[in-house]
Design a binder for this molecule. Structure first.
Ligand SMILES: *Cc1c(COP(=O)(O)O)cnc(C)c1O
Length: 431
C-alpha cells in the first residue's frame, strides 16, 4: 500500500497541530504507523491523498449514518450556505429540527441545540444539579460522555467508587461529586443510591456503551435503572450521542422501552455538521435561560447550516427500514466470526444495529473489565490487514465501527470478502 503522501502530510501536520490531529482518537499510537490523510468520500467509499480507496467503517465516529456526501443532504447544505451562514437569531430550521427530534423522541418536550456532544452533556450536568438541588452525579465505568471535567473520571476497578481524575488538569474538586457504578450491574447502582440518600442529582449512562467497544446491557438492567432512579427522585440522563437515531429512529430508549428525564444527543443529529442537543420534560428544560436561571448560551448554537444538514439527514432516516439495518449488522458480525474462525483467531463480536466491534479476546465482553482483556497488539496487526484489504476501521480496539444505514447488499458482499482477505493476510496466508 502506497502511503507516502499521507506520511509526508502527517510529518508536516505534527509541526503545527498537537500530535498532528485535532482529536486524539485519530492518532495511530495504538496501531503503529501514521494516520491516513483523507481527501474525499462518496457513499461508503473514502479516498486518501495517495489515491487508495477504502470502504469507510468509521463514519466519522458516528455522524455519517448516510455515508459520504449523500445527495439530498449535500443539496440541503448548499441551499443553506447560499443564504448566509448565521444570523444570531432563531431560524425556521431550528424549529423544524426541534419538531423532528420530538417526533422521534416524544419524551423530549423541549430541546436546546448546542455544538457538540460534550457541550450537551456539560449543560445537562448543570441543569440536573439546578433542578434537583443536589450535586452528586453517577456515571458508569467505561462510559464516555465527552471531555467535560466532572465526567472525565477513571473507569478502573469496581472498588473505585470515589472519583479519581483520569486526565491531568482535572482538579480533584471537579470530580469529588462523581460516583462510579458498574455497567450492566444494577446492584452497584442501588448501593450508591443507598449510600448517598437525597444527594444524587442524576445518573448518566450510555444506553449501549460504545466507547469501550460495543457493550449492549441487559434489557432488565436498563428497565431497573429507570425504576430505581424514579423511586429515588434521581434524574436519569440517557446519553444518546452515539445511539441516537441509530438502531431505531427513537434511539436506544425506544429499543429498551424507557424514557429518560434528560436526553443528550450529538453525532447523527448533525449528519456530519457540529450539532449537539439536550432535551427533556418542559418542567426541567424551562429552568434553562432565558426562561430559567441555568445559564447556557452559544454564538453558533442552532447554526442554520448545521440544522439544514441534520434535518435533511433525519428526514431520510425517518423513512428508513431499521430492521434491515439490524440484519446487516448481524451479517457483519457473522462475516467477522467466520473469517476469524477459519484462520484460527479468537474474537468476540458485539453488535447493536450497525454499531459493531470485534474484540480480540476469548472472554465475553460485557463491561470495562472484560473489555480490558483484549490483545491490543493483535488488533494493531488486524487494523493494518484491514487497511490493506480496503477497509477503514478505527485505529483502536475500543472504538466502535459505524456502518452507513444505506449500504447496499452488493456493497455488503464486498465488505464480507474484504474482511475475509484481511484475516487471511493477518494469519500469514496470502492466497
Ligand atoms: C462522542 C460522544 C460524546 C461526545 O461528543 P462530542 O461531539 O465528541 O463532544 C458524548 N457521549 C457519547 C456517548 C459519545 O459517544
Amino acid at each position: 500500500m502506497q502511503l507516502s503522501k499521507s506520511q509526508s502530510l502527517f510529518e508536516r501536520a505534527t509541526k503545527s497541530l498537537v500530535g498532528g490531529v485535532n482529536s486524539p482518537v485519530r492518532a495511530f499510537n495504538s496501531v503503529g504507523g501514521n494516520p491516513l490523510f483523507i481527501e474525499r468520500g462518496e457513499g461508503i467509499h473514502i479516498f486518501d491523498v495517495d489515491g487508495n480507496e477504502y470502504i469507510d467503517l468509521i463514519g466519522s465516529y458516528g455522524p455519517l449514518i448516510l455515508g459520504h456526501a449523500h445527495p439530498k443532504v449535500t443539496a440541503a447544505v448548499k441551499a443553506a450556505v447560499d443564504k448566509s451562514f448565521t444570523y444570531g437569531a432563531t431560524t425556521l430550521g431550528e424549529v423544524e429540527m426541534a419538531e423532528m427530534v420530538k417526533e422521534a423522541y416524544p419524551q423530549l418536550e423541549k430541546v436546546r441545540f448546542v455544538n457538540s456532544g460534550t457541550e450537551a452533556v456539560l449543560s445537562t450536568i448543570r441543569l440536573a444539579r439546578a433542578y434537583t438541588g443536589n450535586n452528586k452525579i453517577v456515571k458508569f465505568a467505561g462510559c464516555y460522555h465527552g471531555h467535560t471535567d466532572a465526567l472525565l473520571v477513571a473507569a478502573g476497578s469496581g472498588l473505585m467508587t470515589m472519583g479519581i481524575p483520569s486526565s491531568a488538569g482535572v482538579p480533584e474538586k471537579a470530580v469529588n461529586d462523581t460516583l462510579i457504578a458498574q455497567y450492566n450491574n444494577i446492584e452497584s447502582v442501588k448501593e450508591l443510591i443507598a449510600n448517598n440518600k437525597n444527594e444524587i442529582a442524576a445518573i448518566f449512562i450510555e444506553p449501549v456503551a460504545g466507547n469501550m467497544g460495543v457493550v449492549v446491557p441487559e434489557m432488565d438492567f436498563m428497565k431497573e435503572l429507570r425504576k430505581v432512579t424514579e423511586e429515588a427522585n434521581i434524574l436519569l440522563v440517557i446519553d444518546e450521542v452515539m445511539t441516537g437515531f441509530r438502531k431505531k429512529f427513537g434511539g436506544a430508549q425506544d429499543y429498551f422501552g424507557i424514557a429518560a428525564d434528560i436526553t443528550c444527543m450529538g453525532k447523527v443529529i448533525g449528519g456530519g455538521m457540529p450539532v449537539g442537543a439536550y432535551g427533556g420534560k418542559a418542567a426541567i428544560m424551562d429552568l434553562v435561560s432565558p426562561l430559567g436561571n441555568v445559564y447556557q448560551a452559544g454564538t453558533l448554537s442552532g447554526s442554520p447550516i448545521a440544522m439544514a444538514c441534520g434535518l435533511a439527514t433525519l428526514k431520510e432516516l425517518k423513512n428508513y427500514d431499521y430492521d434491515r439495518a439490524d440484519r446487516l449488522g448481524k451479517q457483519i458480525k457473522t462475516y467477522l466470526e467466520d473469517a476469524a474462525k477459519e484462520n484460527g483467531i479468537t474474537i468476540q463480536v458485539n453488535q447493536f444495529g450497525l454499531m459493531v466491534n470485534p474484540f480480540f479476546t476469548a472472554v465475553e465482553v460485557k463491561d470495562f473489565e472484560t473489555a480490558s482483556t483484549c490483545d491490543t497488539k493483535l488488533f494493531g496487526k488486524f487494523f493494518w490487514a484491514m487497511a490493506e484489504s480496503g477497509l477503514y476501521i478505527p485505529p483502536s480496539q475500543f472504538e466502535t465501527w459505524f456502518l452507513p444505514i444505506n449500504i447496499t447488499d452488493a456493497e455488503m458482499d464486498v465488505v464480507g470478502s474484504r474482511i475475509k482477505k484481511a484475516f487471511r493476510t493477518m494469519s500469514g496466508d496470502n492466497n
